[in-house]
Design a binder for this molecule. Structure first.
Ligand SMILES: Nc1ncnc2c1ncn2[C@@H]1O[C@H](COP(=O)(O)OP(=O)(O)O)[C@@H](O)[C@H]1O
Ligand code: SF4
Ligand SMILES: [Mg+2]
Length: 347
């Protein structure tokens, strides 16, 4: 399979395991934080990676930003496997094209440095503009992220800006490197609700104008519904459902996606029946045995769920889920006489 430029990043079988516990309590158990993920990030597309806290989303973001080495699997950038490229130059080149925006804009900015410093540094490191063009480019970057007039912001310090303005500076800093891919890990979760939509709108603008491939990491399905073209749902280190946003969010296949949706207020959803949720195990990704990791919480579980690990199966065109009942593989369907879409779920 050849990676195309329209999908600048592809991951194949991406896996990251950690030792469970910390310090002296570290033991032989392994947390399967990210287990065998395969997906592509396409240009001009926002891919939302959604799931509860602890499902492995930030680990995926960090693997893509090359802040972690994978346990196994690979990351391809424009068709080249970058997981084995380890020289400083290689990593720098990759990071200039694949930039990351963090949750806490204050923590990611140096409090004693001006906005001019924060934005001119990546321009110098990645040699994006000659010294003579520096000021013009700094102003252009600030305008791009909606900080106008730009001259008003250049000499300010982070504490002189609002949370939303700081996150815009962090985005401008990422754009300074002229990336093709932006990884945003919960970029609005520390901001006031009233200014979150401004950052989401900026992401939509950048997607269109710069044709960026976005990975938007969030636990908030409402915001994913607002911006995403593609949705990947993660549970206990695995992708349990993936597909076009409108299909995953309007006609979910996996009981976990239904659970997440049931907790999101959505006037359009009307009186859709709610799934009954059992309290479950938070440790489903620690030394996971065979079977479905969602089994302890699942109202639809059947006998095989705790014995056979479900595969990610395309139950509808471009729309896959990892569930023996709602997206059974042909072999499971034959052996257990289950339908391809469970009657408890809307088709
Ligand atoms: N550096 C690390 N060392 C050990 N365990 C980690 C580390 N980073 C994450 N984990 C574990 O991996 C799992 C996934 O974490 P994370 O990727 O942060 O999830 P999310 O971003 O979805 O909240 C959690 O169980 C977490 O405790
Ligand atoms: S495989 Fe079984 S336990 Fe897992 S989500 Fe599907 S029905 Fe529920
Ligand atoms: Mg996280």
């Amino acid at each position: 399979m050849t990676a195309s430029i329209s999908a600048p990043v592809e991951v194949r079988g991406l896996t990251k395991h950690f030792a469970a516990g910390t310090g002296l309590l570290r033991n032989r158990s392994r947390v399967h934080a990210v287990d065998d993920l395969t997906f592509a990030l396409r240009a001009g597309t926002i891919t939302a990676l959604v799931g509860e806290s602890g499902s492995g989303k930030s680990t995926v973001a960090r693997l893509l930003a090359r802040l972690y080495d994978p346990t196994s699997g690979s990351v391809l950038f424009e068709g080249n496997d970058v997981t084995s490229e380890r020289s400083r130059e290689d990593v720098l080149r990759y990071r200039s094209r694949v930039q990351m925006i963090f949750q806490d804009p204050f923590g990611s900015l140096n409090p004693v440095k001006t906005i001019r410093h924060h934005l001119s540094r990546p321009l110098r490191i990645h040699e994006r503009v000659p010294r003579s063009g520096m000021d013009a480019r700094l102003c252009e970057l600030l305008v791009t992220v909606g900080l106008v007039p730009p001259e008003k912001f250049l000499e300010k310090f982070p504490h002189e800006l609002s949370g939303g303005q700081r996150q815009r500076v962090a985005i401008a800093r990422a754009l300074a490197a002229e990336p093709t891919v932006l990884i945003a890990d919960e970029p609005t979760s520390m901001l006031d609700v009233s200014i979150r939509v401004g950052i989401l709108n900026l992401m939509l603008e950048l997607k269109e104008r710069e044709r960026l491939a976005f990975l938007y990491v969030t636990h908030d399905l409402a915001s994913a519904r607002y911006v995403a073209d593609i949705v990947l749902v993660m549970y206990a280190g695995q992708i349990v459902e993936q597909g076009p946003a409108e299909r995953v969010l309007q006609r979910p296949l996996h009981p976990y996606t239904r659970l997440l949706l049931a907790s999101v207020p959505d006037p359009a959803a009307g009186a859709r029946e709610r799934i009954e949720v059992r309290k479950g195990l938070a440790s489903a990704a620690v030394d996971p045995p065979a079977g479905c990791r969602f089994v302890e919480r699942c109202p639809l579980r059947v006998g095989i769920c705790s014995e056979v690990t479900p595969e990610l199966v395309a139950a509808r065109p471009g729309h896959s889920a990892r569930c023996h009942v709602t997206a059974p593989s042909p072999a499971i369907r034959e052996d257990n006489h289950v339908e391809s879409a469970h009657p408890a779920l809307p088709r």
